[in-house]
Write a protein that binds this ligand. Structure first.
Ligand SMILES: Nc1ncnc2c1ncn2[C@@H]1O[C@H](COP(=O)(O)OP(=O)(O)OP(=O)(O)O)[C@@H](O)[C@H]1O
Ligand SMILES: [Mg+2]
Length: 510
């Protein structure tokens, strides 16, 4: 046994294995993190990153292997014992961890009030808001503590969860894809906080699919593939290319697909779309077979525009035309009937039915195509399964079969389901809102290919993203949004990332 000083400030997981029906999710995984250091945990969608961290945070009691803190065995089998060890986790699915109709302060101080009450059903509101405020101050974020969580953006919800974690005893903080919904300035705020916590001796475990940012804050890295440990090392010893190679088990060839097919005439037009305070008199058009980007920073109004186009906002006005004819899209149901499809940003809330099966989700928007027309319903069920299988194949969705519940898939694979269901829907206009958030580099390529294939089939594509490389890599043309309005139209071949950034930040407004 090594002496105590060597063991202090060390968290170790040894030989961790866990299975779920049909899935051997973790196979004998070793993992170690240290106080005061940030450790990147990397791997493709479904590799087992979230599951490993759920084991650490006491979400499961049926795993094999052991967890040690400072050298001593810590029998973590429930969330309470993990928290008692100072292990805090901010889950990938932020919505599931918050109570939407309670205030920011109540959500931050949730555990304290629940634990502190002990029969005393008295909450000192003033104190609670003050305590929540001081946590926010420490994090350098300004969200009014009296605001209801349901009114927050995804980025703000994330901040509330981090605030809750650091308000408690926190020796190790696990952040599962914290930056996926954040803008670059919000990411900077988070990174400042990570550095602060590190300097206070907190160990950070950081899961992200954005590889470049790992190099900004992480000291160590562990790479997983197919439920197994591949490499554990100091991050400085590995290049980005090497990280990708380890996680995919192969080299990544050309990120963006080459395009085939012809761009036709203007097919889809949106005229004077307005949604007070969110979308500012936007008009745009898309040709058949054309991929048109909606560029802009997080918060520029891209999501609001997509929702307005799709009839998902009650307060939006304006006119839509498809093939020269006015179409009705006052609500999502009508929009789908009119040939529109939206792959939304907040997939868990809007994109998928997590309590339903993979198959049911994939065929949900195209049911009429499989409904038996006088034939036995078993036939339509069989057709449905074949269709669902084909999407699982083409997007490489990691699931034991199409009967598995979407809730049990990894975050990135849920995203692929949200996209995949529209492939069977056969729409004319596809609205993609940040479709590659939270998917690994290999799956990103699958999604780009799919978008390109839809365009090659003559569909109209609107592609909203804050990633400049995607704007340059996949679009033919783009509109840049700033503060709810389109400030510039750019032909992709004639622009560059710097120019897009200039207009995205409100520069040279015309
Ligand atoms: N409760 C569960 N029931 C069944 N299968 C599960 C469960 N939890 C995880 N899995 C499976 O375990 C595997 C690993 O999932 P996990 O969520 O850990 O992946 P991940 O590395 O976090 O991926 P992502 O980058 O997409 O978030 C997946 O195949 C997933 O479907
Ligand atoms: Mg995950």
């Amino acid at each position: 046994m090594a002496d105590a000083s060597e063991q202090a400030g060390k968290l170790e997981m040894k030989g961790i294995s866990i299975s779920f029906p049909g899935v051997h999710a973790l196979k004998n995984v070793d993992f170690a993190a240290k106080a005061g250091r940030a450790h990147a945990l990397i791997g493709a969608n479904g590799a087992g990153k979230s599951t490993l961290m759920k084991v650490l945070s006491g979400a499961y009691d049926h795993y094999m292997g052991e967890i040690r803190m400072d050298g001593a065995i810590a029998d973590i089998r429930n969330p309470r014992s993990a928290k008692d060890q100072g292990i805090q986790i901010v889950y990938q699915e932020v919505d599931t961890a918050l109570i939407p109709n309670l205030s920011v302060a109540e959500n931050i101080m949730l555990e304290h009030t629940v634990r502190g009450m002990k029969g005393r059903h008295l909450v000192r509101w003033k104190e609670m808001h003050a305590a929540a405020q001081s946590v926010m101050d420490r994090l350098n974020v300004s969200i009014p503590t009296r605001k209801l969580v349901q009114e927050l953006t995804l980025a703000e919800k994330q901040m509330v969860l981090i605030a809750r974690s650091v308000s408690m005893q926190c020796r190790y903080l696990v952040l599962d894809e914290p930056t996926a919904p954040l803008s670059s300035s919000e990411t900077e705020v988070l990174f400042r906080l990570v550095r602060l916590l590190k300097s206070e001796g907190v160990g950070i475990i950081f899961i992200s699919h954005r590889l470049p940012e790992l190099y900004e804050i992480c000291d160590d890295i562990t790479i997983m593939r197919d439920g197994m440990l591949v490499v554990s090392d100091k991050l400085a010893n590995l290049s980005q290319e090497q990280v990708i190679e380890h996680m995919l088990g192969a080299k990544l060839e050309g990120q963006f697909p080459s395009r085939v097919g012809r761009i036709g005439d203007i097919a889809f037009e949106a005229i004077d779309i307005h949604d007070a305070g969110k979308v500012d008199h936007v008009s745009l058009s898309v040709r058949s077979g054309e991929i048109v980007g909606i560029a802009g920073l997080v918060g520029a109004g891209k999501t609001e525009l997509c929702r307005a186009l799709f009839g998902a906002s009650d307060t939006a006005s304006g006119e839509l035309r498809l093939g020269g004819k006015r179409i009705a899209a006052h609500n999502p149901h009508l929009a789908v009937r009119s040939g529109l499809a939206l792959v939304p940003e907040e997939r868990r809330r809007e994109g998928v039915f997590v309590e339903e099966s993979v198959g049911a989700n994939l065929t949900a928007v195209s049911l009429s195509r499989y409904a038996a027309k006088g034939w036995g319903s078993w036939l339509s069920a069989a057709r449905e399964r074949i269709a669902a299988d084909s999407v699982v194949q083409s997007l490489g969705i990691k699931t034991p079969n199409t009967k598995a519940l979407v809730r049990n898939l990894s975050g990135g694979n849920q995203q692929k389901i949200a996209i995949g269901k529209w492939l069977l829907a056969d729409a004319e206009v596809y609205l993609f809102d940040e479709p590659t958030k939270g998917v690994d580099v290999g799956a990103k390529r699958d999604i780009y290919e799919l978008v390109a294939e839809l365009a090659a089939r003559g569909k109209c594509i609107l592609y909203a993203s804050s990633e400049l490389s995607e704007m340059m890599g996949i679009t033919d043309r783009m509109y840049v949004m700033y503060d709810g309005a389109i400030v510039r139209e750019l032909a992709t071949a004639d622009t560059n990332e710097e120019e897009i950034m200039l207009y995205s930040t409100g520069g040279l407004r015309t």
